[in-house]
Every structure is written in C-alpha cells, then in structure tokens.
Design a protein around this ligand. Structure first.
Ligand SMILES: [Ca+2]
Ligand SMILES: [Ca+2]
Length: 161
C-alpha cells in the first residue's frame, strides 16, 4: 500500500514539474527541504511544549506530514539530516495522543497520524499514559517513538503560513 502511494506521489510530482511549478522559496531562517520550509536547530533543546512554542514564534509548528507526498518528503528530510551532520540529535515531532490515549494526531491540524510502518519504530507507541508525545530518536534510527512529553529534545519546525 505504501509503495503504491509513494509511486503515485512520484507521478504527481513529475506531472506538476511538467507544468512548471514554481520552486518553493523559504523565508529566513527556514530552509527548503523536499519542497517544504523547515527550521532545524539541534542546539536548542526543551520539552515538547517549549520547542513547539519556539516553532510557533517563528510562524511554524512542529513537524507534520501531508497525506500524498509525505514519503518523498520524509526521505528528503532524512538525507538532509545526514548530509548536514544533524543526525546526532533527537527531534520532536508535532504528534500527540494526549487528548485521547492511543489516538495519535498532528498538533498542527488535528489530522490522524498513520501508524505502523514505515514511520513508527517496531512496537511503538508502547508507553500508554506515560508517553503522549512522539519523537525521532537517533537510538531508533529516527523511526518514531512515543516518549514522555517533558523529555528534552531539539525540534524540526515547519513553516505554517
Ligand atoms: Ca500515550
Ligand atoms: Ca515508547
């Protein structure tokens, strides 16, 4: 299913480039990664709430994915982290099940989050009421895990205007 969706996304991207879609331009301090504008500061760490406020202050929000293009974008993000040596840090995702235990949603738009492969680490989420925020951890090779919301990680902000 995932492979079909990724293939569909690639076809759609190819079609849109044929039509001459404008390249994405990002406002400083955001940089373009996989067609999105991201702000990644590995040196600022804090709780999920603290780092989310930092993103909102910069007119963004903690990272969320879109439905169709997400796998290609996510691959570009992984490449960006490795190429820029940002891959030794843990990062918050804008994902929580704080309001309804076991129902994971994006903070940005309250949309349901796809569970299981290819994003989540094996057996995650596994923390029930103790772990209501999600992060990409180096120890999990950046597969997603549920963690305590007051853990201290860096953030990936995505421009939200
Ligand atoms: Ca939970
Ligand atoms: Ca966990």
């Amino acid at each position: 299913m995932m492979a079909i969706r990724c293939a569909l996304a690639i076809v759609l991207i190819a079609l849109s480039s044929v039509k001459g879609q404008d390249p994405v331009e990002c406002i400083h301090p955001y940089v373009e990664v996989g067609g999105r504008c991201l702000l990644i500061d590995p040196w600022v760490k804090g709780s999920m709430e603290t780092i989310r406020y930092m993103c909102i202050y910069h007119s963004g929000d903690l990272l969320w994915l879109d439905d169709v293009y997400d796998c290609d974008f996510y691959r570009a993000l992984m490449d960006h982290l490795h190429e820029n040596k940002l891959n030794e840090h843990d990062y918050w995702l804008g994902i929580t099940d704080e309001r309804h235990e076991g129902i994971w949603r994006y903070l940005k738009n309250d949309q349901d989050v796809r569970m299981g492969a290819p994003y989540w680490a094996v057996n995650n989420p596994d923390g029930s009421e103790a772990e209501n925020c999600a992060a990409m951890l180096t120890g999990n090779a950046y597969y997603w895990a549920d963690v305590k919301c007051d853990s201290e990680y860096s953030g990936i902000c995505r421009y939200a205007k």
